[in-house]
Design a protein around this ligand. Structure first.
Ligand code: SF4
Ligand code: SF4
Length: 393
């Protein structure tokens, strides 16, 4: 999901180098999904080009939220094999299985027979599910089928969120390997910690980056089988390889645990909207850049209001003709259905607008546009035009 990108598209040159360096460094598990734009194709092309398919395990996912019936299982699976240029998937997951009712619906559609058939033919080697629901549902789901593995969101800022530590321990006690997603909470635990929190980490150990602290928190727990770390840069890859090589369960000291407790208190005070930047809610039909709005809002608490407003202005182009700011939302609700964090996106966008587009700010933009309005433009404009935004102001 987090392959290096350029203008929104996967940067194949950088991605190819990163994947090859990862394999050479000993990484053998690559996680992708049908719905990650261009990701399966990119991975398949790189593995085929360098003839390294057999050196790695591929994990990918059935997009159950867009399955309309049992015929879609094969339709998506066959397409995935083609995209990944392979004859089999090593680790196949039901993507975003959130509750028992969804599992029962899939069972009525014959998913169990379908899985058994694929495993028998060797097209699927291990079967699991990725989870973004509430803990009770996770505890039921792990007993509902003979899964080979499961995948949960887990990090030091969300020890009791979704499946949480209870889910992790219950799954591990059943012998179910646990793959961890969002170990850095969409990068927030690496790059967006409040200054004071980052300072606490640095003071405790100047050699470790905030990302390193977050990984070590996970690897300290013996129940964690594997972390999906979403690396984008060679430096991140090399840092992670070195950290992983030195990781052993139970490695955290009492002093380090105390540092986590203090950092978490600061982080929670600034992380107001718990968006991970996964983009599942996108695109918005009104072109609202939802994750960018939430990232700027959180920055306004972690780094200060001025920095948050600056980030909002540049990342949503709220002063330009092609804005993607929170004010464009028409509350259609499309996005909320897809958010794995179950965020109240519509209400949260209103908070963003109130804080980052205060009345005086919108009035300034309105005046600026009146003064500097380019010739020949429709003065009323559309929702995305300056006049459209000014109308809302
Ligand atoms: S509710 Fe608002 S943000 Fe969400 S998809 Fe609709 S217009 Fe876009
Ligand atoms: S609002 Fe939800 S779906 Fe959208 S980017 Fe954030 S976490 Fe992902």
């Amino acid at each position: 999901m987090r392959f290096p990108k350029n203008l929104g598209l996967i940067d194949m040159r950088k991605t190819e180098q990163l994947v090859l360096d990862a394999i050479n460094g000993g990484i053998n598990y690559f996680d992708t999904a049908y719905i990650y734009p261009g990701s399966e194709e990119a991975l398949g092309a790189i593995l085929e080009k360098h003839r390294v398919r057999e050196k790695v395990y591929i994990a990918t996912k059935l997009p159950i939220v867009i399955c309309r019936g049992p015929e879609d299982f094969d339709k998506f699976f066959d397409k995935q094999l083609k995209r990944l240029r392979t004859t089999h998937i090593d680790y196949y997951l039901l993507h975003m299985l959130t509750d028992e009712a969804s599992w029962e619906k899939l069972c009525r559609w014959g998913i169990k027979d379908w899985i058994e058939g694929k495993k028998k033919s060797g097209a699927i080697r291990q079967m699991g599910f990725s989870f973004h629901g509430i803990q009770n549902e996770f505890l039921k789901l792990i007993d509902d089928y003979e899964w080979d593995f499961c995948q949960i969101q887990y990090n030091y800022a969300g020890e009791n969120f979704q499946a949480g530590v209870t889910g992790l321990k219950k799954a591990a006690a059943k012998g179910l390997p646990c793959i961890i997603m969002e170990p850095l909470l969409g990068g927030k635990l690496a790059n967006n910690l409040p200054r004071e929190a980052a300072g606490l980490f640095k003071k405790a150990n100047p050699q470790l980056s905030p990302a390193a602290w977050a990984f070590r928190w996970l690897w300290d727990q013996g129940e964690v089988t594997l972390t999906l770390s979403g690396m984008q840069e060679p430096a991140q890859l090399h840092e992670n390889l070195a950290l992983a090589a030195a990781a052993v369960p139970g490695m955290l000291t009492a002093g380090e645990r105390e540092t986590f407790r203090k950092v978490l208190a600061l982080f929670n005070a600034s992380y107001k909207i718990r968006c991970t930047g996964c983009n599942y809610c996108m695109p918005c039909p009104r072109r609202v850049n939802i994750p960018a709005c939430f990232a700027a809002y959180n920055t306004s608490y972690s780094m200060g209001l001025v920095q948050g407003m600056q980030q909002y202005t540049t990342s949503t182009g709220v002063t330009s003709e092609h804005t993607s700011g929170a004010g464009l939302c028409v509350k259609c609700g499309n996005c909320e259905k897809h958010c794995p964090q179950h965020l109240p996106i519509i209400a949260s966008l209103q908070l963003v607008r109130k804080r980052l587009e205060p009345f005086w700010y919108r009035a300034l933009i309105f005046l600026a546009r009146l003064l500097f309005k380019p010739h020949g433009r429709n003065p009323r404009g559309s929702g995305n035009s300056p006049a459209g935004l000014a109308g809302k102001a």
